[in-house]
Design a protein around this ligand. Structure first.
Ligand SMILES: NC(=O)c1ccc[n+]([C@@H]2O[C@H](COP(=O)([O-])OP(=O)(O)OC[C@H]3O[C@@H](n4cnc5c(N)ncnc54)[C@H](OP(=O)(O)O)[C@@H]3O)[C@@H](O)[C@H]2O)c1
Length: 267
């Protein structure tokens, strides 16, 4: 089987360069084109320290897409992501989206185009396998345990709260059932804020402190017993590589937009 030919947008970034170095170590996936505005016309391997990546970086996704590929990987910024994804679909290639920050409206538009050209788009805000498993295990727990809360831990300079992964978890659990606290939040005596933010019926608490990287906890409580499911990521982009590679290998089995790595986890 020839390798899956990948066009990697954001190949010089924190997440994209880690993925590029991992692809250089695989035999079934190959980078045929890469995008970065500031490093255009340089060899990707020279920029990210991987001599096996000999391809020349293109200044834009449109230029990179003139080189035939099977899968376009989007790892740039929210303001360019949708444009890149639509350009890739226009070239008839499948798309993996790692970039966060696209809106539901963006995804609806992408889905319409992807179905029209019968190509797959797999978008996941967090490719870390242990984060994906936390979501799955928490969904299983929420079917049986009607009360839970979510804690999201991150480094002190993370500006947004709660994290996208915590929001996604709350939304997924809300589709199973509504978490109802024994004392309604509005009846809290003292400081209501101490009970966290109510996101899709889950109470979500965000900790932002030096010394933390990225962690997520789903806490489930029943009379005289409790269950904690926790994901921890370190400070490198390594946790996101295996999930992104799985998405690249499987996206061609999909048609239309699919959100979350679950779409291909068991296939
Ligand atoms: N799904 C996941 O598991 C996961 C994991 C980590 C990060 N992310 C998300 O992935 C995205 C990238 O994160 P990062 O930390 O890797 O960012 P980063 O280090 O700033 O890298 C961004 C990359 O995109 C390129 N880029 C930016 N704007 C561009 C444009 N308009 N056209 C072409 N290339 C452009 C940059 O190169 P130039 O500036 O030279 O163009 C660079 O190569 C973010 O949305 C982040 O939240 C997702």
């Amino acid at each position: 089987m020839p390798p899956i030919r990948v066009c990697l947008a954001g190949a010089t970034g924190w997440a994209g360069s880690e993925l590029a170095r991992a692809i250089a170590r695989t035999s079934d996936v190959a980078i045929v084109s890469a995008v970065s505005r500031t490093h255009a016309d340089r060899r990707l391997g020279d920029v990210i320290g991987e001599p096996r990546l000999t391809g020349v970086i293109q200044a834009s996704a449109v230029e990179a897409l003139t080189i035939p590929c099977d899968v376009f990987v989007e790892y740039t910024k929210p303001d360019s992501a949708k444009r890149h994804v639509l350009a890739a679909l226009d070239h008839g290639v499948h798309v993996v989206v790692g970039t966060s920050g696209l809106t539901d409206g963006d995804f609806a538009e992408i889905d319409t185009v992807a179905r029209k050209v019968t190509r797959g788009v797999l978008a996941a805000g967090n490719f870390a396998l242990t984060a994906v498993l936390l979501q799955r295990f928490a969904e299983a727990a929420a079917k049986l345990i009607p009360q839970w809360e979510i804690i999201d831990y991150a480094h002190d300079d993370k500006m947004d709260a709660p994290s996208g992964t915590a929001r996604e978890l709350a939304a997924r659990l809300a589709r199973i059932q509504t978490s109802g606290p024994t004392v309604p939040i509005d009846n809290t005596i003292g400081s209501r804020e101490a009970r966290g933010a109510t996101i899709a019926s889950s109470q979500v608490h965000s900790v932002r402190l030096p010394g933390y990287v990225i962690s997520l906890e789903a806490l489930f409580g029943m009379p005289d017993q409790r269950l904690t499911i926790r994901h921890d990521a370190g400070s490198s982009a390594r946790p996101y590589v295996d999930g992104a590679l799985l998405a690249i290998r499987k996206v061609s089995t999909l048609v239309g937009l699919h959100r979350g790595l679950d779409a291909v986890l068991d296939s």
